[in-house]
Design a protein around this ligand. Structure first.
Ligand code: KDG
Ligand code: MG
Length: 401
């Protein structure tokens, strides 16, 4: 079954998405998400200008061989742009295989290991009480797990905290700049979780994202302060460029650690997993080489009792969300899946079979991924430059994300 060509669709139904559509000689097509938040056009060009011309005429059934061809054959390995492009091709090929065989992708990955996929929602607020109320809204909808983020007194804007509208991890227009203080932030987190546990008791899983902002010793202190509130995880406590940093955090706290949404390959997390420095690996389909590579990461993690917790913010399109859900349902060492619902415009551009009810999701049983792309509608939402905010300290020093 020869690949005859493909196209890269860039659209912005509320936020930017890059989607690969791969076409085959018998008319079956597959979709892959290639969205890299704030750097979207780099991946679009990589695919259009460098990858699509190499795929024409290749057998779409040879998923593993095409993966190795794109990874090893480029000479320039790894990195978010390359690995998002490879991910899009890989995802589209799994979609094609499922459609051809008349099976949902999770059946091709070994079948369901569970009935459904537990997800967590995002609660935030400008005060602790507003955050508690937001978390209560998720729990009332049936969520079993909630991530909680709160504004920090004295800081004008804090990433991840909604300012009167749904939180969106990129902003249109000029690059947003924020001022950060780890000292002020550290004073707010434990009181938030003390209040959440007091309100909701022991039952709901509670999560928190540090967004790579602390130094290891600060993160260790935070993890220890949060121990009485039994978090499901503390995410991205410090940048993981140096995987060794997690050893210091680990020595001081039993709060479970999650990391990996910015990782691209198994090499970014190999030491973290093998030395059991983390509890959850958060790499997802679009940024880490697709379903094929993510399964390799999960297999390594399984040996060390590390579970998965795939990234699922709105900058991952419904195509990635569907692929992640097929992966989550099938992989043995699944932990949890992040879920931020997309806008209704996004859902109309990408009609999908996956569903949410009672705190869990299911990818559905449509052949392939179970996601479509309305190209005519997508064309009515042209690309709009948008960026993640940056953070500086009060004296102007650029700070880690
Ligand atoms: O593009 C980056 C966002 O997806 C990310 O900052 C959101 O940290 C995030 C999360 O955990 O969803
Ligand atoms: Mg995060």
């Amino acid at each position: 079954m020869k690949i005859t060509g493909g196209k890269v669709v860039v659209c912005s139904p509320g936020r930017n998405f890059v989607t690969l559509k791969l076409e085959t000689e018998d008319g079956v097509y597959g979709l892959g998400d290639a969205t890299l938040n704030g750097r979207e056009l780099a991946v679009a060009s990589y695919l259009r200008d460098h990858v699509l011309p190499l795929l024409e005429g290749r057998d779409a059934r040879r998923i593993e061989d095409i993966w190795q061809f794109l990874y090893k054959g480029a000479y320039w390995r790894r990195g978010p742009v390359t690995m998002s492009a490879i991910a899009a091709v890989d995802t589209a090929l799994w979609d094609i295989k499922g459609k051809t065989l008349g099976a949902p992708v999770y059946q091709l990955l070994g079948g369901a290991s569970r009935d459904a996929v537990m997800v967590y929602g995002h609660a935030s607020g400008v005060t602790i009480e507003a955050t508690v109320a937001a978390a209560g809204g998720f729990i009332a909808q049936g969520y079993k797990a909630v991530r909680a983020q709160c504004a920090v007194p004295g800081l004008e804007r804090v990433y991840g905290v909604a300012a009167g509208r749904a939180y969106e991890p990129a902003e249109r227009g000029p690059l947003p700049e924020t001022v950060w203080s780890s000292e002020r932030y550290l004073d707010t987190v434990a009181p938030l979780f003390e209040r959440l546990r007091r309100e909701f008791g022991a039952e709901p899983h509670l999560l928190h994202d540090v967004h790579h902002r602390l130094r290891p010793i600060e993160a260790a202190r935070l993890g220890r302060a949060l121990e009485p509130y039994r978090l499901f995880w503390m995410e991205d406590p410090t940048p993981a460029d140096n995987q060794e940093s997690f050893r210091l955090i680990r020595q001081h706290t039993t709060t479970p650690l999650a990391v990996g949404e910015v990782f691209n390959t198994i090499h970014d997390c190999r030491q973290l997993i093998q030395e059991q420095l983390i509890d959850y690996i958060r790499t997802t389909v679009v940024h880490a080489g697709g379903i094929s590579h993510l399964r390799r990461i999960a297999s390594l993690a399984e040996l060390y009792q590390v579970r998965t917790g795939s990234h699922g913010a709105t900058d991952l399109s419904p195509v990635c969300m569907a692929a992640a859900l097929h992966f989550d349902l099938s992989v043995h060492n699944f932990g949890i899946q992040e879920y931020m619902p997309h806008t209704s415009d996004t859902d109309r551009v990408f009609p999908h079979a996956y569903t949410f009810a009672n705190g869990v999701m299911h990818p559905g049983d449509a052949p392939g991924l179970g996601v479509g792309l309305d190209e005519a509608l997508a064309a009515t939402f042209p690309y709009q430059p948008a960026y993640l905010p940056i953070a500086r300290l009060a004296d102007g020093t650029m700070h880690d994300w």
